[in-house]
Write a protein that binds this ligand. Structure first.
Ligand code: GUN
Length: 297
């Protein structure tokens, strides 16, 4: 089957260029640049890379970003104090607390204290509720990026059976909730599939569109999917690759080579969904800044 390779890297680059124009318009018309605060607690190496990449992407398009790195022993109250300061800071329009947090910190308590108007990750219960109700609010960046790829590649989920593999708060749940509303690039019949299923293939084989977000390397092989499926692979898993200098390679939740002959469209790993997550963080931040700085528009 002929398939479309969904190029998240170049799509994200286009979006960043579009956003760069907007940040400079905001800056020149208000005298203020959008501002994003990033909090990293502890020294999880993957989180360190993610946060650094987010700050770099901000800088490239004219968003002021500040990274606050706190030691792993930081108390919950100290983190809350910082969140409250950013909530009141007029130069900060977006607040992102990189997850996971150390185990002595209750992430639910922290996320609840971020002002919903600055919650560019879309994790605050008020934004989650708005998403479920189909009301305006911030939507988590990875699912938002997948819908943006659907729009730009004209993969319309309306009337299709979308199977979401994984039920995380960051991807699976918001992804499913974005796709069943009666509006454009939604209106799908959505199944959330998880480890409670006896055999997930009973569900994934029914998918017109499959979204894999379980964090298991190459779980989805040809016998999991039907002919013509469109696949969005959220997984970013490390596998041993002794031939590489780093000693590891990245792979998705989908066995790319195995499913290829059955797909109508597929995102690669890397350069698929990943770059879109950062692009949507920038988009949410610019949107927030526009609201704060140009409230009449
Ligand atoms: N950890 C993994 N993904 C994310 C994300 O999208 N946002 C935050 N804040 N932490 C994460």
């Amino acid at each position: 089957m002929h398939y479309t390779l969904i190029d998240g890297l170049s799509t994200a680059k286009t979006i960043r260029e579009e956003l760069s124009i907007e940040t400079h318009t905001i800056h020149s018309s208000t005298g203020h640049a959008p501002g994003l605060a990033l909090l990293l607690v502890g020294n999880n190496p993957a989180s360190e890379i993610y946060v650094t990449n987010k700050a770099k992407a901000c800088q490239e398009i004219g968003i002021n970003s500040v990274i606050l790195r706190l030691p792993a022993e930081t108390t919950q109250d100290q983190i809350l104090l910082q969140i409250h300061q950013w909530n009141e800071d007029p130069t900060i329009h977006g607040i992102l607390v990189q997850l996971p947090l150390p185990s002595h910190v209750d992430s639910t308590v922290i996320l609840e204290q971020i002002s919903p108007a600055k919650d560019v990750d879309g994790f605050h219960p008020s934004n989650v509720g708005n998403l479920v109700l189909g009301l305006p609010g911030f939507v988590p960046c990875t699912p938002l990026g997948i819908v943006e790829l659907m729009k730009r590649y004209q993969i319309d989920p309306s009337g299709k059976h979308v199977v979401v593999l994984g039920r995380s708060n960051i991807v699976g749940k918001p992804m499913a909730n974005l796709l069943y509303h009666k509006r454009a690039y939604s209106n799908a019949i959505v199944t959330i599939c998880h480890t409670g299923a006896n055999d997930i293939r009973d569900y994934t084989r029914q998918a017109d569109i499959l979204i894999a977000a379980v964090g298991v390397s190459k779980l989805v092989t040809a016998d999991y999917v039907k002919e013509g499926v469109a696949i969005f692979d959220v997984g970013i898993n490390r596998i041993d690759a002794p031939e590489k200098k780093s000693g590891y390679a990245l792979c998705g939740d989908v066995d790319f080579d195995s499913v290829l002959s059955k797909c109508s469209a597929i995102t690669p790993v890397p350069k698929g969904v990943g770059p879109m997550t950062i692009a949507m963080l920038l988009s949410n931040t610019v949107r927030s800044a526009r609201k704060f700085l140009t409230p009449s528009i």
